[in-house]
Design a protein around this ligand. Structure first.
Ligand SMILES: O=C(O)CNC(=O)[C@H](CS)NC(=O)CCC(=O)C(=O)O
Length: 279
């Protein structure tokens, strides 16, 4: 295992009103691979993004039959890269629950899916500007966290709103993650107020790299997402950022040995104490 890892984050704007093909990500993934990225990460909603989605049975496939998933598997194999598909909206496959899963997939350079994670925390939120989200109406939350094996160590999987739950990230780090993916489709107001601060806080708390590819810009249905894809190092330092909401590729070279250095220096991950909360 060498200490250098070349990654790339894909920032895109998934079509909002219909199941997407790959036109909004494939050229960017090819560009990332041509630029030397070994691990490429895409945002939440890579195959489908629709704010006011009704239960869209007709539009949804299971993971094994989703055209975007199959296309991304073929692309990873053709390019010989690891691909973390931030999320796809697919049939959950759970009987008696018509809701979909909001699922991250890790695809290896042979095109095989080696890890998956269903978003644990769904976004049921009323923002001060009147934007309202009820993700639980269409998405069945997952039950389990996941740390995926990669040639570069453990990759903790999270999705978007999960960013607000620090104990999940600490648990991932304690379970062996030195990289944590935070693929997102953040709202504009919460992105502006919270995105970079929360990402840097999670990096500092876990002494892990935080890799956050985002949706960005104004979507067809008028929904706006906060781009500004970000790579943060284990000391909380910003390694690379896109300072806009347009589609693009963000390259970064990670020095993996910096995780151990940060953890040796401030071992807070090992300093948890049990405490009493009685008054
Ligand atoms: O809707 C889709 O198709 C894809 N999923 C999303 O966009 C999700 C659920 S609506 N968005 C978030 O979790 C935003 C979190 C956020 O913005 C915050 O925590 O502030």
């Amino acid at each position: 295992m060498t200490d250098a890892l070349d990654i790339a984050l894909i920032q895109t704007r998934t079509p909002a009103t219909a199941p997407a093909g790959l036109a909004h990500v494939e050229p960017l993934i090819r560009q990332a691979a041509a630029g030397g990225a070994q691990l490429i990460l895409t945002p939440e909603g890579t195959n489908f993004l629709e704010q006011r989605r009704a239960l869209r049975d007709a539009a949804l496939s299971g993971e094994g039959a989703d055209p975007a998933v199959l296309g991304l598997q073929a692309l990873a194999a053709e390019l010989g890269v690891w691909l973390l598909v931030g999320s796809v909206i697919v049939r959950s496959g759970v009987a008696d629950d018509p809701r979909a899963a909001n699922r991250s997939l890790l695809i290896d350079p042979g095109g095989a899916i080696t890890a998956r994670y269903d978003k644990l925390h769904v976004f049921d939120v009323d923002l001060p500007n009147g934007e309202t989200y009820r993700e639980s109406a269409s998405i069945r939350p997952g039950e389990a966290a996941a740390v995926a094996d990669t040639p570069w160590g453990g990759l903790g999987l999270t999705i978007c709103y999960d960013l607000r739950f620090p104990h999940l990230h600490r648990a991932l780090a304690k379970a062996g993650a030195n990289l944590i993916a935070v693929p997102a489709a953040f709202t504009r107001p919460t992105g502006e107020a919270h995105w970079e601060t929360l990402l840097r806080a999670r990096a500092i708390e876990t002494s892990a790299f935080i890799l956050a590819p985002a949706q960005g810009g104004t979507h067809e249905d008028g929904r706006q997402t906060w781009g500004r894809s970000l790579v943060v190092g284990p000391w909380g330092e910003v390694i690379a950022r896109l300072d806009h909401d347009e589609p693009g590729v963000l390259h970064a070279r990670l020095d993996l040995s910096s995780v151990e250095r940060a953890r040796a220096s401030v071992p807070a991950l090992r300093h948890d104490r049990d405490f009493d909360l009685s008054l």
